[in-house]
Design a protein around this ligand. Structure first.
Ligand SMILES: NC(=O)c1ccc[n+]([C@@H]2O[C@H](COP(=O)([O-])OP(=O)(O)OC[C@H]3O[C@@H](n4cnc5c(N)ncnc54)[C@H](O)[C@@H]3O)[C@@H](O)[C@H]2O)c1
Ligand SMILES: [Zn+2]
Length: 366
């Protein structure tokens, strides 16, 4: 399955290939005519798991490959890692027409994407996402960057890849909890833009939970279409792209409050909790029918995702919300669920944002 992200002269294909990583070579040749050399950037872990197949696939297509390793993990998504990577790319003679291939999850994709955007003021980028989250979210849309001491993703660039190649065979080695995190974003995409995807997840929850290849192709395909549609209409987050933050106002605040504690939850699970809280908030305002949050809760449970956090402190939530970079001039642009598969944008103030948390069981006043 191939989807095109339509962005004028920056348009690019997303290949969702049930045939797997072995198809990468021809896809790169198609997307970057005349390519003879590339630089593969990945982590030690991904190189061990899937590097061999990638090298063979690129080699069989006549592409010479240099390899660079970067460290794994969110804590390594730093200016220092980016800077060291750029230095290595220059050391091995990166040129304007030599693509950089990012093999890994969202952390790798964001760092490598930012390096590709900046080295020599931009070289072609191929994203080969290997987590479900990266396939349905981070690899699509052109946001790249790293974290700083001030917060997440505060230094970066909008930089579109030349190709996104999502190979389902890579998902077979993904730890189950990482799969579930991706599913949190999948349900988000379904609720904000594709009711058929929602029904598909309900009907195929068992296949999806065990990462059945055929089901995953359909799932990734539909998610990428939702995200690609939004990104084509609002590449640089002038407005519409804020719909992609559905579930994240609440989810991100919970993630921040729990970070570093024994109760810390990964991003995708926080998004699941946030999605349900925000849907309940919308139902409470009369923006959607009461059965909408019930259906979301049922699907999250079927996919083994949490629907409520461990006890969270209301005061801490307020602090976390206040620092959310999504607030502008005291207002927050948020997606309001109108039905499964349909949202609209609204600007709400901090007090209204806080009411989103009221529906969460277990939230308490310190
Ligand atoms: N650019 C964007 O638009 C955007 C959107 C959403 C999230 N993000 C970013 O994405 C990051 C999260 O990405 P993630 O969830 O992919 O996490 P990740 O990249 O840290 O990957 C999770 C873990 O799984 C391992 N892994 C990856 N693929 C594997 C595979 N196939 N088999 C076995 N192990 C594998 C990784 O090495 C890592 O340890 C965050 O930094 C977030 O800010 C960016
Ligand atoms: Zn997210």
């Amino acid at each position: 399955v191939v989807i095109r992200v339509e962005l004028g002269d920056r348009s690019y294909p997303i290949c969702i290939d049930p045939g797997g990583l072995a198809g990468l070579g021809p896809a790169v040749v198609d997307a970057i005519p005349g390519v003879q050399r590339c630089i593969l950037v990945t982590t030690d872990g991904l190189a061990d798991l899937h590097g061999g197949v990638v090298l063979a696939a690129l080699g069989a297509a006549g592409i010479a490959v240099d390899e660079v390793r970067i460290p794994d993990g969110e804590s390594q998504k730093t200016v220092a890692t980016w800077s060291a990577l750029v230095a290595e790319l220059l050391d091995i003679g990166v040129q304007r027409n030599i693509p950089v291939v990012a093999l890994g999850g969202g952390v790798t994709g964001d760092i490598v994407g930012f390096a590709a955007a900046t080295v020599l003021r931009g070289v072609p980028l191929v994203q080969v996402p290997t987590t479900l989250l990266a396939m349905v979210d981070s690899a699509v849309g052109g946001k790249t960057g790293v974290n700083t001491a001030h917060g997440k993703n505060l230094v970066g660039a909008f930089y579109q890849p030349s190709l996104v190649f999502a190979a389902m065979d890579t998902l077979q080695t993904l730890p189950p909890r990482e799969l579930r995190c991706g599913l949190g974003e999948v349900v988000k995409h379904a609720v904000l833009g594709d009711h058929e995807l929602f029904e598909f997840c309900v009907d195929r929850a068992a296949q999806v939970s065990r990462c059945d290849g055929t089901a995953m192709v359909e799932l990734v395909h539909r998610c990428c279409r939702v995200k690609a549609d939004v990104v084509s209409q609002d590449e640089r987050e002038a407005g519409l792209r804020a719909v992609l933050n559905l579930g994240h106002t609440v989810g991100h605040a919970i993630e921040t409050v729990l970070a570093g504690t024994d109760d810390a939850l990964p991003h995708g699970e926080c998004v699941a909790i946030g999605l349900l809280a925000e849907a309940r908030w919308a139902a409470g305002r009369g923006d959607c029918a009461p059965d909408v949050p019930e259906r979301i809760a049922a699907l999250l449970s079927a996919l083994d995702l949490p629907t409520a956090p461990p006890r969270v402190d209301r005061a801490a939530i307020e602090v976390a919300l206040g620092f959310d970079k999504k607030f502008r001039h005291g207002r927050l642009r948020t997606a309001v669920v109108e039905a499964i598969g349909r949202v609209r944008l609204a600007d709400i103030d901090a007090a209204e944002a806080l009411t989103m948390f009221h529906s969460i069981p277990g939230i308490y006043d310190a």
